[in-house]
Design a protein around this ligand. Structure first.
Ligand code: BES
Ligand code: MN
Ligand code: ZN
Length: 483
């Protein structure tokens, strides 16, 4: 998809559909007034009626220019409550609707919907709009389906070229992550996923280094090696680097289980079906590193992907195996379905060797976080309040929602092993916190934030089709751009 920027009135746009926003407190902004002129006052008449109250997620479609064009009005709710999340979601809904009605050339009219100004609103509209047009069509044979080909941001004031570039880079990063997660697991075994990531890195100009299973063996990365042993496709780590000048390196780490069968502690059919998405953390890191590179962010960022397939082959690791991890710690495996924390533990040890100043890991780590928070929010765990605040602030800018979760001494206590330094799981109670407590051992004194995205990474999205969401990409980018 192409992005275009135009300043001025939407009335001049000649494409298939115009998406515009309205508040529930009825004030028609400039963009809406222009559009209203083009449809003979129909918008002003409908706003505030039962047909369209302007509440968040309300949607109203009406023809323009004798049916040649569509106006799609999307509600934002009360003006005072509108934030980055609402703008992205509304743009996503509007563009998705336009696409569903066959539109190829779509404009989004942006005025001063964001409290922080036109630029922020336009950026949110582009990112949300692009997400709304996202389709995963690679495996559909037959006649080519159509979709939105060009998204034009029509703004009431000039938008800085750097902001335009940043928005496009983020939208691309999100689409990259969603493509990776939606790809079926037979086409993204660790070896195949590495090829895809190498191509992405080449395109964006990221340095990309692969740490093979042989090398992991020499290094003593017993966690990721154990998880990969039941698969015909060996595990690996990938290190992506963006060196944007001086200063310390910041680490991003993604869980990259390309398929999670549970291992010998096998999952049920229902539990297993969505487990191609168990590399959504890795996908987010790839998408974010792509965007960080494209933006040319100042500072140094290193992204580690911990890739393995959790299967039940003859070599599979067993419950009660004791592993020696890259950090030197020993782990008693209490459940082979708790594989994510093992690959992440070795990833954290690798990043500590790199001497990073801080780490953010993203992982579809526990079913318990879905029970606790639902699918619209992810859990944030940390060993450092300042770092956590920076990540939460980035999440707010990105319109991605997190909730602070605890790691208590009791959660650490639950991991005590009678024969090793720690067990890998702490039982059902507080499952997300005991998983985080396990990771905290390996983060050690490196400032660290852990985002458990098991709920938000993959779901049925009535507004934009089922599948991957790309969650986490923008949070990482906003962490890096600090704005
Ligand atoms: N990948 C799963 C977690 C998951 C569950 C992600 C549902 C997305 C949706 C993870 O590897 C897992 O199996 N976790 C176990 C941990 C347990 C064995 C301690 C879980 O949550 O049941
Ligand atoms: Mn698992
Ligand atoms: Zn898993």
């Amino acid at each position: 998809m192409e992005f275009a920027w135009q300043m001025g009135s939407v009335a001049a746009f000649s494409g298939d559909a115009v998406v515009a926003f309205a508040f529930s407190d009825k004030t028609l902004d400039g963009a809406l007034k222009d559009l209203d002129g083009a449809c003979g006052g129909a918008l002003a008449r409908v706003c505030g009626t039962k047909a369209f109250k302007g509440e968040f997620e309300d949607l109203f479609v009406t023809p323009l220019r004798g049916g040649e064009q569509l106006a799609i009005l999307v509600g934002l709710g009360p003006r005072a409550e509108v934030g980055p999340f609402h703008l992205r979601r509304a743009a996503q809904q509007g563009v998705c609707k336009a696409q569903g009605l066959g539109s190829v050339q779509v404009a989004i009219a942006v005025a001063d919907q964001a409290p922080s100004g036109v630029e922020a609103a336009a950026e949110a509209a582009l990112i949300g709009g692009a997400a709304g047009a996202y389709q995963f069509r690679r495996y559909k044979s037959g006649a080519a389906e159509t979709g939105v080909e060009r998204l034009t941001l029509v703004t009431s004031a000039a938008v800085d070229a750097a902001v335009q570039r940043r928005a496009a880079a983020i939208a691309e990063g999100v689409a990259i992550a969603r493509d990776l997660v939606d790809t079926p697991p037979n086409d993204k075994t660790p070896d195949l996923l590495i090829k895809t990531v190498e191509e992405i890195a080449k395109r964006s100009g990221l340095a990309c280094e692969v740490i093979s299973a042989d090398r992991l063996r020499e290094m003593g990365a017993g966690g990721i090696l154990a998880v990969g042993r039941g698969s015909a496709h060996p595990p690996a780590m990938v290190v992506l680097r963006h060196d944007g000048g001086e200063g310390p390196w910041h680490g991003f780490l993604g869980k990259g289980i390309t398929f999670d069968s549970g291992g010998l502690d096998l999952k049920t059919q229902d539990g297993m079906f969505t487990m191609k998405s168990d590399m959504a953390g890795t996908a987010a890191v790839v998408g974010a590193m792509h965007a960080v590179r494209r933006i040319g962010v100042k500072g140094r960022y290193i992204g580690v992907l911990a890739l393995a397939e959790n299967m039940t082959g003859a070599g599979a690791y067993r419950p009660s195996d004791v592993l020696r991890m890259l950090s030197g710690d020993t782990v008693e495996v209490s459940n082979t379905d708790a594989e994510g924390r093992l690959v992440l533990a070795d990833g954290l040890a690798l990043l500590r060797r790199e001497g990073v100043q801080d780490v953010i890991d993203l992982a579809t780590l526990t079913g318990a976080i879905v029970v606790a928070l639902g699918t619209h929010r992810s859990g944030l765990f940390t060993n450092n309040e300042d770092h956590a605040s920076a990540v939460l602030a980035a999440g707010d800018l990105a319109g991605e929602r997190y909730w602070r979760m605890p790691i208590d001494p009791e959660h650490k206590e639950a991991l005590k092993s009678s024969i090793a330094d720690t067990k890998s799981t702490g039982g059902r109670a507080g499952g997300s916190s005991t998983a985080a407590a396990f990771l905290a051992r390996f983060a050690s004194d490196t400032p660290w934030a852990h985002l458990d995205i098991a709920g938000a990474a993959y779901r049925d999205q009535p507004e934009a089709g089922p599948g991957a969401t790309g969650v986490g990409v923008e949070t990482l980018v906003r962490f890096a751009t600090k704005g």
